[in-house]
Design a protein around this ligand. Structure first.
Ligand code: GCW
Length: 724
């Protein structure tokens, strides 16, 4: 039957509208968008590579490689590649491990593959039957997966493979740490609720779990701690172990292992024992059999992450035992199965009359050499707590006989949470590249973490995840860049922030030069902007109480180490925390070279000035300005930078799809308001002490300090349920 013309037009319009809807991007695809390739030359190149792909492997991982290639080429070219497993007639790309005849029969190739680590990959050219083939090669299937993702990144970014390239991860265990609770709230989470739908597990495997594993594999993340370090023992009960097993099974083909947080008092809470004393045989046995039960269900279970005797969590000190006693008990339980224990060094107590910045070092350094081989002491990048800027943690380099893991925070607890665009690679790099002068003059935090400093063969880096069930995973679209950057740096910490930003931008938005250049520019400016409008010149921990949202330099009362006045120490004489010999002497915890560098005012980098020194408001900065003027101008600069970031973003309107453009634009507008709020309230507050005018060259703060102080946010996201 023929349709009437108006009706035909109507239906055509509907179809057109629907296809526009499909085009709109909501961010779910992350950096794995596989958009149609428009450059005809590049399209031809990809087509020629992938007419036929030989995957000479039968593993579950090979199957997911095939699925990814199908998805990628359907997206980029409109057709799926032909995947074959016939060794004699191949014409296109080869994907094979060292078990394959293709590699075994070629001694130079075999040699090169053998140089890789178990997760490494080689992209090379293989001559066969008079033809040159591009090949992704590895020792193990997981290497093929990483190599395939590398190749897909190159192709999406518009690159062709001209030279052989090989890569092995510098750090062995590259982990996300989820602070996800069993009730699906996420501590310090700003992207909705937890992606783990515990209630429907193990029966229902959400597609999100698979896409989560794909995304992680695509950037080399190979482990995930599913639960909050403020732990709930229930996750170790049989019902939950089944659920964890279901996740582990789903993740396995992607090379992603699961880990859990262990609540130290679990033997009492779910085991019916009267004690959790780590030296009691019944407690040790309980952990052993609990661990055996876990491994029975999940043979490749990674191990435990533990927060003990910190912020109210139970631990060995409840029984007058040491951190080493506690960690070693768990280490003994997992060691027969090849597991590890990550024991956190984030410990401090308000009952200890000592600078909080010194406490972890004081507790852990004397325990060096007392931990079992499979224990890692997991240390945050800085000695306080994931501030916009912190000097590196003094423990790095101080425990030569202990494996140290680095913990970074990807979720932006102190960096604008869900509304601020802050690209964190520069923060991560600042720590990794810091010179510790221990054990050697040229040593850096990265050398200690990746094991090269002490010739260790196991290593861990962890990032506190920023992932939730928001459609775009991370709430703020640019939060995706931080997940991406963490993975890329965990794999290779020598990459630069700019390289990573460029790559992410190409994959996330487009290969258009203007987009790439401007987005990179605003990303690279964003962290310094945030430091400037929140905590310039080494200020720290002056945000709102508990929720940590927004400014709160006036926070006082209650536990001193949870107040702002404890950290900034502003008074009529000046501002800053004296951590030199005349103050808390925290500087003595570093190598002498670092101590000297940061103690002498002339050599102390100004970015750390008020972290280590209490200085008069009239102190002369390198610019010749007074500290007061310099501080004011930094806040002002921070606000201006956000304005520039917004303008830069707006200049890209025609080049970015509406949905994502508008979300970022709206959030940048919020960020601008929040930056002004930080500047106004901090400077009005500090002015009470400095009693000085604002420099004429700045936009002077407006608003009423008392009103700023009265602002309350009882439902700010990410707060611990117990604090509500
Ligand atoms: O950053 C602080 C957070 C707490 C967190 C703690 C920790 C999981 O404010 O929410 O608790 O650090 O790292 O243990």
């Amino acid at each position: 039957m023929k349709m009437k013309k108006p009706l035909r037009v109507f239906f055509l319009l509907i179809i057109l509208l629907c296809s526009f809807k499909i085009q709109a991007e909501d961010g779910y695809e992350l950096w794995l968008r596989y958009q149609p390739v428009t450059n005809s030359q590049h399209k031809e190149y990809i087509q020629s590579l992938f007419t036929e792909v030989l995957i000479d492997d039968n593993s579950a991982t090979a199957k997911v490689i095939k699925e990814e290639l199908d998805r990628a080429f359907l997206g980029m070219l409109g057709n799926k590649p032909t995947i074959i497993q016939n060794l004699t007639t191949y014409t296109g790309l080869i994907i094979a491990t060292s078990e394959s005849q293709i590699v075994k029969s070629n001694s130079t190739l075999l040699e090169k593959v053998n140089e890789l680590s178990n997760e490494g990959f080689l992209i090379d050219f293989v001559n066969s039957q008079g033809q040159k083939h591009l090949a992704v090669l590895a020792k193990k299937p997981v290497g093929l997966l990483y190599g395939s993702f590398y190749l897909l990144r190159q192709l999406q970014a518009g690159n062709q493979i001209e030279h052989a390239y090989s890569s092995s991860p510098k750090i062995k265990n590259r982990l996300l740490n989820h602070w996800d609770n069993l009730d699906r709230t996420v501590e310090r989470g700003y992207a909705g609720f937890s992606i783990w739908d515990w209630h429907k597990l193990p029966g229902y495997i959400d597609q999100r779990y698979i896409d989560y594993a794909r995304a992680n594999a695509s950037i080399g993340i190979n482990g995930t701690v599913l639960t909050n370090v403020n732990a709930n023992a229930l996750v170790l009960t049989p019902i939950y172990i089944e659920k964890v097993k279901a996740l582990a099974d789903a993740f396995r083909p992607y090379g992603l292992k699961v880990y859990l947080t262990a609540r130290f008092s679990a033997p009492i809470e779910i085991g019916g024992l009267e004690t959790a004393d780590p030296l009691e045989p019944e407690v040790r046995n309980w952990w052993k059999s609990k661990t055996d039960e876990l491994y029975e269900a999940i043979p490749d279970f990674g191990g435990f992450l533990v927060k003990a005797n910190s912020e109210g969590q139970p631990g060995p000190q409840n029984y007058n035992r040491t951190h080493a006693d506690g960690a070693n008990m768990l280490a003994e339980a997992v060691v027969p199965h090849g597991g590890i224990v990550m024991w956190r060094a984030f410990v401090y107590s308000h009952e200890v009359p000592e600078d909080r910045a010194k406490q972890a070092n004081n507790e852990f350094e004397p325990l060096d050499g007392k931990f079992n081989k499979n224990v890692f002491i997991q240390v945050k990048n800085g000695a306080i707590d994931f501030q916009p800027r912190e000097p590196f943690h003094p423990l790095f380099g101080k425990m030569p006989k202990t494996d140290l893991a680095l913990e970074l925070q990807i979720t932006q607890e102190y960096l604008g949470q869900g509304t601020n665009l802050v690209y964190l690679a520069p923060l991560f790099k600042e720590c990794l590249d810091s010179r510790t002068y221990l054990p050697k003059n040229e040593s850096t935090v990265a050398d200690i973490i990746d094991g090269t400093a002490y010739n260790r063969n196991n290593s861990v880096i962890a990032g506190v995840a920023n992932i939730g069930n928001d459609r775009n995973w991370t709430g703020h679209l640019f939060g995706q860049a931080n997940w991406f950057a963490f993975g890329r740096l965990a794999w290779d910490h020598t990459l630069s922030s700019g390289e990573i930003a460029k790559e992410w931008t190409k994959l996330t938005f487009s290969n258009d030069d203007d987009v790439v250049q401007k987005v990179e520019e605003l990303m690279l400016a964003s962290r310094e902007a945030c430091v400037n409008y929140m905590t310039p010149l080494g200020l720290h921990h002056i945000m709102g109480r508990n929720h940590h949202y927004g400014p709160g330099p006036w926070v006082t009362g209650g536990r001193p180490d949870w107040t702002s006045v404890y950290y900034h120490k502003a008074d009529s004489a000046g501002i800053g925390f004296d951590r030199t010999k005349t103050g808390s002497n925290a500087l003595s915890q570093y190598a002498p070279q670092v101590e000297k560098l940061f103690t002498i005012l002339d050599t102390c980098p100004e970015k750390y000035l008020l972290w280590f020194h209490h200085l008069s408001w009239d102190y002369k900065l390198k610019s010749g300005k007074t500290l007061w003027d310099g501080l004011c101008l930094k806040y002002d600069e921070g606000v201006k930078s956000v304005g520039e970031m917004l303008t830069t973003w707006q200049s890209l309107e025609s080049k970015i799809d509406n949905e994502r453009f508008e979300q970022v634009e709206a959030l940048l507008n919020i960020q601008k308001e929040e930056a002004v709020w930080w500047k106004n309230s901090c400077l009005l507050y500090f002015q009470q002490f400095s009693q000085k005018d604002f420099p004429a060259s700045m936009n002077a703060p407006t608003g009423d300090l008392e009103e700023y102080k009265e602002m309350r946010f009882p439902y700010a996201p990410g707060i611990r349920p117990t604090w509500k």
